[in-house]
Design a protein around this ligand. Sequence first.
Ligand SMILES: [Cu+2]
Length: 355
Amino acid sequence: MKPASNSRNNRQWWVWWLGGAIGAMCLALAIGQSANSGGRHLSAKPASTKAMRFIPAADFTMGSDDPDSMENERPSRRVSVKSFWIDEHDVTNAEFQEFVHATGYVTTAERPVDWEELKKQAPPGTPRPPAEMLQPGALVFHSTDHEVPYDDLSAWWNWVPGANWRHPQGPRSSIDGKQDYPVVQVSWDDAAAYAAWAGKRLPTEAEWEYAARGGLEKKRFVWGDEFSPGGKLLANVYQGQFPIKDLAQDGYAGVSPVTAFPPNGYGLYDMAGNVWQWTADVYREVPGNQPCVMCAANGRMINATAPAGEVRRVMKGGSFLCSYQYCEGYRPSSRRGMSRDSGSEHLGFRCAISG
Ligand SMILES: [Cu+2]
């Protein structure tokens, strides 16, 4: 389903702006909601370290000095982390479902959009968007049948009413049979609410990156310096001409079950590829950031969707849409900022507990 189409440019603009701005408004709603529910959805169950790994305190080299990295990863620096526990795998649809059943929590992407509220954050003079775009929904990836410029994200993202964690690609899609797939289309607020309910928290960016490195120091990938040792593909990423066709040489053209690929040195799955993961940290961009083409496009999307003063959070790990030719978002030092209120088809999370 496509947004009500005016001119193409209009549509493009609304897709980007709504993707982020809906969030800020939903944040306000969420705050109201938790107040109304008397904190119901935040009542924690006892924390358990089942299916978590213990990571001892350490100093490590965070970021990268590699000229083949993005500037927001540089320079590398020594960082200390205290001991902590981290989930072996991303939070699955089954786990998120348990949370929703227990609490009645409604995710950001499921809440209707109130234009009167949204308009307060819009640039002055912003026209009312097409009615269809004020329905609850989210951004969904679609392939193309031709090459597209990498600075036009609307070429491969659609605003889809009815897309949410239960219907990641829109109303006709479902998560039936995908209980062990990572939950997606969740905002940072949704992730944080789940973590609080589970008696956990989101990992910091430093914890996440240290855990991802799996005991290796200054390696380009979470398994070493070579992308596909012995020709093996060790993560769910994009192969082929983006965004025309993912050749699925790694076995998957989209999201994969959370333990489909080998774990890293700490026994953690999908610390590279499959879906990006929210972390606790506020995102700060390095001035003069000059990333690869695809990432530059994404950077623009983020800037275009972030209302002034809005807080972005760091996401890590890359996804099934990250490609060897372009962004290599699945490198452990790779990082991106995303409006805390935005969900996406390629973004999930895992939790941590201080150790
Ligand atoms: Cu990428």
